[in-house]
Design a protein around this ligand. Structure first.
Ligand SMILES: C[S@@+](CC[C@H](N)C(=O)[O-])C[C@H]1O[C@@H](n2cnc3c(N)ncnc32)[C@H](O)[C@@H]1O
Length: 258
């Protein structure tokens, strides 16, 4: 459990790093690491700080810019490349000793094809480790606020992050990796609970830390915002403990070899 003991602002940093240390450990000792779907570089920078020569790829130039600034702030170098996980990657066979991917594989059009391509760029005995969100049922911290938006504002406003929970549990995730020809595939579920003083604080943190919720929150009138918070509070009432909300989250961690 990362930040369950501190529902205050100090918990926000932990809130966004679920699975990072496990992926850094999985790639430990690898010289050349590819971080696939690197986003703003949260994991990518940690891999570089651990001593690897890291390449991050993403389709979003905006995210790559954020990663570049994060690397400068951390005093590490990154190679950042605009590339799409749905097509051939712009790297030769066996270019990397390890591949990591955090919270991006579930968005791939064909996850097996994407994993085949990630396997291709791995050297012999190269390691691959991925993290995806587990099912929505195991992630009420995300699922209930999205349902609240649907209930208050209509389904169309809640039609974001549809890939969340796709690939589901460890068996399904492991099968996708095996289908791509990866060996020694192991999958497990990691769980934690995030804390919030109340529904309003959880909503504020979602709107600050998560682009999907931020875009919805930005367009709301005060009345709509209050109605969403009320709906979230109703839905999360069963998660009250020790005077605050403790909200379960779960990811699936898969590790494998080429
Ligand atoms: C939830 S974010 C995770 C970012 C980062 N891995 C992290 O741990 O903070 C998912 C990222 O995957 C990227 N992404 C989605 N589809 C992609 C694709 N087809 N090819 C490359 N990147 C993709 C998005 O642009 C986004 O930056």
């Amino acid at each position: 459990m990362s930040d369950a003991l501190d529902p205050g602002a100090g918990a926000a940093a932990e809130w966004t790093s679920f699975g990072v240390s496990e992926l850094v450990s999985a790639a430990a000792g690898s010289q050349r690491v590819l971080d696939a779907g690197c986003g703003s570089g949260r994991l990518t920078v940690m891999l570089a700080r651990a001593g690897a020569k890291v390449t991050g790829i993403d389709t979003s130039n905006e995210r790559l810019g954020q990663a570049r600034r994060r690397a400068v702030g951390a005093g590490v170098g990154l190679r950042l490349v605009e590339a799409d996980l749905n097509v051939s990657l712009p790297f030769a066979d066996a270019s990397f000793d390890a591949v990591t991917s955090r919270l991006a594989l579930m968005a791939a059009e064909d996850p097996v094809a994407t994993l085949c391509e990630l396997r291709r760029v791995l050297g012999p005995e190269g390691r691959l480790a991925t993290v995806i969100w587990a099912s929505l049922k195991e992630n009420p911290w995300f699922a209930e606020p999205r349902e609240a938006i649907a209930a208050v504002l209509g389904d169309s406003r809640a039609s974001f992050a549809r890939a969340f929970g796709r690939l589901g549990g460890p068996d399904e995730a492991a099968a996708v990796h095996r289908a791509a020809g990866l060996r020694a595939v192991e999958a497990c579920v990691l769980r934690e609970r995030v804390a919030a003083a109340d529904a309003a604080q959880h909503w504020q943190r979602l709107a600050r830390e998560n682009g999907h919720f931020r875009r919805v929150a930005a367009d709301l009138s005060d009345e709509e915002d209050a109605a969403v918070v009320d709906e979230i509070a109703t839905r999360l009432v069963g998660y009250q403990e020790k005077g605050c909300l403790l909200l379960p989250r779960a990811i699936v961690l898969v590790s494998a070899h080429r």
